[in-house]
Design a protein around this ligand. Sequence first.
Ligand code: ZN
Length: 61
Amino acid sequence: MNEPLQKQLKCPICKKPSERDKTKNPFLPFCSDRCRTIDLGKWLDGKYVIEGDESIQDPEL
Ligand SMILES: [Zn+2]
């Protein structure tokens, strides 16, 4: 039996297969710089309150 592509990496953000060759994809484990930035944004959202930006209303409030 052949194994499936068990080493196929999926981008944790968009769930698309991401290139696992680091020379082609420096953004591992994300598929792109964009997804990496999104992930970073999630982190920052939970950690920081951006001061001076109170005009932006949080829709969850
Ligand atoms: Zn992605």
